[in-house]
Design a protein around this ligand. Sequence first.
Ligand code: PBG
Length: 325
Amino acid sequence: MVFPEYRPRRMRQNDTFRAMIRETRLAPDQMIYPLFVMPGKGKREEIPSMPGVHRISVDQLGREAKECLDIGVRSVILFGLPEKKDPMGSGAHARDGIVQRAIRELKNSAPDLTVVTDVCLCEYTDHGHCGCLIGNEVDNDATLELLALTALSHARAGADMVAPSDMMDGRVGEIRAQLDENNFHMVPIMSYAVKYASAFYGPFRDAADCAPQFGDRRSYQMDPANSREALREATLDVDEGADILMVKPAVAYLDIISRLHDEFDLPIAAYHVSGEYAMIKAAAQNGWIDGDRVMAETLLSIKRAGADIIITYFAKDMARLLQNS
Ligand code: PBG
């Protein structure tokens, strides 16, 4: 097949042909929208480094849920800003904690919405690390029980799926066992299986007030230089019972998404994180790029690399764009 017999431009000459041969499409029901839940009433605060994204109080969640469902976004993932923090992050598994209240509110006001929860301690510990400490080290094995209790408390409040993001070794197995013992064997685990120690989380740490007070997360999150290690991390989580494997961040790690997609037969999720969102928003606000087109192209690249599910602050914007095009 050589020119002039084969002309690639033939199938690009009009929109119908282009649509007919399109290999990848975005769909609102494959995007998960993150929500930051804060204490108080009637609160809706824009996060300065994430234009268009707000911290909202529990009473505002019904409205937010309706907005999502109306445009076809059927799932959210919850992050909480607790009233108070302590060394063990006990607010993470409190029966009346901020996320537990948020889940109950969403299940009441929007039963059709699927509620995923982020399972981690960093928003709840006063030192900002994702686990409890011995000295200045995060104690892996002691943290596992706290994470499992957190996942269980989310399930008890009505969460549809839990997503551990802490990067402790063995947490998927521990959470699976705890859920199963308590009759939550039908609650899936979307594991942040391959989570890199990334500067792209900067705006999120402002939003959720969870920056580590000393040191960094490099003793538990992955080194951005490594890709074969990603396969080992994913294998462990598969063996421990993960239902979905996540890669995070997304765009700087498209090669990792692609490798996981090829090597594993579980669904793949990718988290297009706060810094990735902020960069596009900032450039668009300056008039340097066409924000909508760059958003669509970026999310498409994540899908094309092999992600089935995309967690993104753009979920609502993208769903609206899809509706109007
Ligand atoms: C909690 C958590 C983080 C993100 C999701 N869950 C922050 C971190 O690990 O420091 C980042 C999400 C984003 O940047 O959008 N461990």
